[in-house]
Ligand binder design. Structure first.
Ligand code: ADP
Ligand code: MG
Length: 591
């Protein structure tokens, strides 16, 4: 007799649960998606102990009748698709009919639902239907999940700390709130409300709730697109950055996804303005014909395939830089903000994934609280900041001209101090010259890139065997610089000729730097290489940070900077100058 047998339903559901509901955050995601698909306008999420103890989602959506309330827990039971063709144009967030049976196979589930005709309560324990009966409840659906993974200890062990699970849940709910500003969301963890949105369909208001007033005020509204893609959302001024990619939220047809290439197009678009290790805050809602996107890639639905992805990438690479380029100016120094950020940096290694805005009891002042710290500061939290958005917050940012500056002196051999109409300007002399040289070298390279000189002695670079094997790929990426690497043994490369624009630098250090980029990064764009190398050269050529300058030299720095195309940031993305506005100074002196 054969040894193969068909697995029973409970076992197949548990196997599916491994993919669909890996951790509490995944459950929250699936259940909120169901509520959105049910046309809810209000969704309240309550979790205990990072969702490990319990998760409750209440919506005011369509609800289900008595029959569907139990059918919903059968594998591959869905109201969202019916035939094969439907799979190629999915308009709902769910379609696989897997979430509810998977969740119910690894937890206790209570469902109460009312479709305005029938009102029902269903209870299921680890895949066993305990009861299903009429029960009075409000229009919509309440689903409660508890005792998660108690019967799957390996999975339970895999969960991290309560604050960590909480931060993932908070992050996913925030993303829902950003992708659906028309729905009122609230999230409560262990009895404390983390945040809520009003459902007024105003994205800036949600941004204000989640990221605070400064960010809402510095949001550049995007509403553009082409024949295939419609792009709406906000790009926050590059003065505000994050340590992780987490604040880049991209939604495709209202679905939260992690599209690597789209994210990269966004970070690349900001790369002229922000340091390498920082990331922008962006919320983009991209809509397209549902036939252009395949969402049936993975059970957790985080991935999608776009049939015209490159077109979308190009569109973003054009749209975002022009939107932010129009709003770049010298960052205004907000003294209070600087102090607060300092406190955070000291207390955390990495920037937290999410930062709810809360009000401190003692001072009544809004502060950002790092998620990991929530448990330690909850006692201090009194109220969630009320939803209140002033006109000024939504006013579009004006395009800024380079300010007229008059030099008043130099400080510590590092900064050039100037006065201008708005206040006191402090110019970082090194960063300013880096920008000037960067643009000069870029021009020079464009004009002379094919003029080469032979090296007297070839430059030899020791590197790894792995990089030697990637020599063709490396040469392909650096071809626009006019540099060609040749293989020299198992772990060395040599360069025999150099373009003339590469002058007065330590060539070997420069070449080694160039090779090192490939060590750390497997996928490198040509523009990134070019930018990096020219920036390195510009840095080597610029006046040191500790040098006393005379007035003529200072004037030259400022005049040249004013002529730059992008004068506000050095090529590494740091500001070239900042401004302390006059009004602020007056306040400091109690005038
Ligand atoms: P899917 O969302 O892929 O269809 P699920 O297992 O998540 O699969 O849900 C199964 C079905 O249960 C859904 O198709 C829907 O008809 C119903 N359902 C689930 N949650 C809700 C809800 N909150 N409100 C109304 N109907 C729901
Ligand atoms: Mg679903």
């Amino acid at each position: 007799m054969g040894v193969i047998q068909e697995l029973d339903t409970q076992l197949t559901n548990m196997i599916a649960a491994g993919e669909v509901v890996e951790r509490p955050m995944g459950i929250v995601k699936e259940l909120v998606e169901n509520a959105i698909d049910a046309q809810a306008t209000r969704i309240d999420i309550t979790v205990q102990q990072g969702g490990i103890q319990s998760i409750q989602i209440v919506d005011n959506g369509a609800g289900m009748d008595g029959e569907d309330a139990t059918k919903a827990f059968q594998r591959h039971a869905t109201s969202k698709i019916k035939k094969t063709q439907d799979l190629w144009s999915i308009k709902t967030l769910g379609f696989r009919g897997e979430a509810l049976p998977s969740i119910a196979s690894v937890s206790n589930v209570v469902l109460e639902t009312n479709n305005s005709v029938q009102s029902t309560r269903v209870e299921i324990q680890y895949g066993q239907l305990i009861s299903a009966k009429p029960f009075p409840c409000n229009q919509g659906t309440m689903i409660q999940v508890s005792g998660l993974f108690l019967k799957t200890p390996a999975r339970l062990k895999h969960l991290k700390s309560v604050p960590y699970e909480n931060s993932l849940i908070s992050d996913v709910v925030q993303k829902f709130a950003l992708s659906h500003p028309e729905i009122a969301f609230s999230l409560t963890s262990d009895g404390k409300q983390s945040f809520k949105t009003s459902g007024s369909n105003d994205l800036l208001e949600v941004v204000f709730q989640l990221y605070g007033k400064d960010i809402a005020k510095n949001s550049i509204v995007i509403d553009d697109g082409d024949a295939d893609y419609k792009i709406k959302g906000i790009c926050v001024h590059p003065q505000f950055t994050r340590a992780t990619r987490n604040a880049i939220s991209v939604f495709l047809n209202g679905r939260m996804v992690r599209p690597y290439r789209i994210q990269k197009a966004i970070t690349d678009s900001y790369s002229n303005y922000i340091p390498n290790d920082r990331y922008p805050i962006v919320v983009l809602d991209i809509t397209m014909d549902s036939q252009l996107v395949d969402v049936n890639v993975h059970p957790s639905k985080w991935e999608v395939r776009l049939s015209k992805e490159q077109q979308l990438e190009y569109l973003l690479r054009e749209l975002i830089p022009s939107a932010i380029g129009n709003h770049i100016q010298a960052p205004l120094v907000n003294m209070e903000r600087v102090v607060k950020e300092k406190i955070e940096v000291q207390s955390l290694f990495e920037e937290p994934i999410v930062k709810p805005l809360v009000i401190k009891e003692e001072t009544k002042e809004p502060v950002y609280v790092a998620d990991e710290k929530i448990t330690q500061v909850v006692e201090k939290i009194e109220t969630i900041i009320p939803i209140e958005i002033k006109e000024e917050v939504i006013r579009p940012l004006p395009k800024k001209e380079f300010p007229r500056l008059r030099i008043v002196g130099q400080m510590h051999g590092k900064y050039i101090l100037c006065e201008g109409d708005e206040g006191l300007y402090i110019v970082d002399q090194h960063a300013a010259q880096e920008r000037v040289h960067y643009e000069q070298f870029l021009n020079e390279m464009e004009n002379t890139k094919h003029t080469m000189t032979s090296c007297l002695v070839p430059h030899m670079l020791h590197t790894s065997n792995d990089l030697v094997r990637r020599v063709d790929e490396i040469n392909d990426a650096v071809v626009s610089l006019g540099i060609v690497f040749e293989v020299f043994g198992d772990d060395s490369l040599i360069v025999r000729e150099l373009p003339i624009w590469l002058h007065d630098i330590e060539v070997e250090v420069f070449l080694q730097d160039l090779i090192d980029i490939f060590k750390n990064d497997t996928e490198i764009s040509k523009s990134k290489i070019r930018k990096h190398e020219i920036a390195t050269m510009a840095c080597h050529h610029s006046i040191r940070f500790n040098r006393i300058l005379n007035e003529t030299e200072m004037n030259e720095v400022i005049t040249q900077l004013a002529e730059c195309e992008q004068p506000y940031h050095c090529p590494h993305g740091r500001p070239t100058f900042i401004c302390i506005d006059a009004g602020r100074l007056e306040k400091e002196f109690y005038r």
